[in-house]
Design a protein around this ligand. Structure first.
Ligand code: CP
Ligand code: NVA
Length: 334
């Protein structure tokens, strides 16, 4: 298998075999790092990290992953480049492609990351757009694989909450690609986008995945191996929407009652982070004052419970993003 030169703009860009191979490589790289035997496969490479939106995990994973592998990463933050304001995405792509070996992009428009891939001539990695968050699902499926005795095609995951966002779009598509039992519990107003759902349905048709959606969270989670949730308001959405989102999504909060409704004593919890599980954030404080809520999409008890894999999942961003860089710049096989 040869992934050199390939971009990763959305989950469906990789076949199931390719997606699996990147996860396998992530396992090898994690082991090398843990045992102090990491081999530098990206020596002499330069990667651009172009961010229009804020980030903790994704930026850290690309920077440390590149450094561990001997590559140099240049962080080009929001408002620090000419991108989109004084220079078109196409022109920026042509310039960066002449200086860098690859480009990571986190921003608003999916069209922009596609433009970078079309005109840079180098691999482009989507570090989150309004539509997709595919490097997140690499870490999510890696984490689920690690915590399942059965193959992913025998594992169920239920996404609960704001299903109209990028994280859910990527989870349903990557889960469908890998033949999983993928369930969504969301209100009518926050269902996955048409593009995400039709893509997932097409992937499920060829992989044998099961795909279902309901507005009944208690029914959806029954028997699930993993519960997944994400913030109710995504980067770039106006704060004025908080009230409507809370009203629509409070019945979908991941709390002890919902965990109990799985009927699975071994159920595990995932969240891409950052999470509003307490009031120790700027937004969390405002919501506590205004709405009297200490937590939103996931309660503190559940977030901190032994069933929660969220910090391991966050660490896995590093191993999987590093694997993506190695696979597309150096090659999947040693
Ligand atoms: N999960 C994730 O993408 O986190 P950051 O926004 O901190 O990168
Ligand atoms: N859906 C969230 C994911 C953050 C990692 C957002 O886009 O803000």
């Amino acid at each position: 298998m040869d992934l050199r030169g390939r971009s990763f703009l959305k989950d469906a860009d990789f076949s199931a075999e390719e997606f699996s191979a990147v996860l396998d490589l992530a396992g090898v790289l994690r082991e090398e790092k843990r045992t102090g035997r990491e081999r530098r496969r990206l020596e002499g490479k330069n990667v651009a990290l172009l961010f229009e939106k804020t980030s903790t995990r994704t930026r850290a994973a690309f920077e440390i992953g590149a450094h561990d592998q001997g590559a140099h990463a240049s962080y080009l933050g929001a408002g620090e480049t000419q991108f989109g304001v004084k220079e078109s995405p196409e022109d920026t792509a042509r310039v960066l492609g002449r200086m860098f070996d690859a480009i990571e992009f986190r921003g608003f428009r999916q069209a922009d990351v596609e433009m970078l891939a079309a005109h840079s001539g180098v691999p482009v990695w989507n570090g989150l757009t309004d539509d997709w968050h595919p490097t997140q699902s690499l870490a999510d499926l890696f984490t689920m694989r690690d915590h399942s005795a059965r193959p992913l095609s025998d594992v169920s995951v239920c996404y609960v909450g704001d299903a109209a966002n990028n994280t859910c779009a990527s989870l349903v598509c990557s889960g469908a690609l890998m033949g999983m039992d993928v369930r969504v519990a969301a209100p009518e107003s926050r269902r996955p986008t048409r593009v995400a759902w039709t893509t997932a349905a097409a992937l499920a048709a060829s992989s044998g995945a099961s795909l279902s959606i309901t507005d009944d969270p208690m029914a959806a989670v029954s028997g699930a191996d993993f519960l997944y949730t994400d913030v109710w308001l995504s980067l770039g959405e106006p704060e004025e929407l908080w009230d409507d989102r809370i009203d629509a999504l409070l019945p979908y909060q991941v709390n002890e009652a919902l965990v109990a409704a799985t009927g699975n004593p071994h159920v595990k919890l995932l969240h891409c982070l950052p999470a509003f599980h307490d009031a120790n954030t700027g937004i969390g404080k405002k919501i506590l004052e205004k709405r009297g809520l200490r937590a939103m999409e996931i309660t503190d008890e559940v977030f901190r419970s032994p069933a929660s894999l969220v910090f391991e999942e966050a660490e896995n961003r590093l191993h999987t993003i590093k694997a993506l860089m190695v696979a597309t710049l150096h090659g999947i096989d040693d």
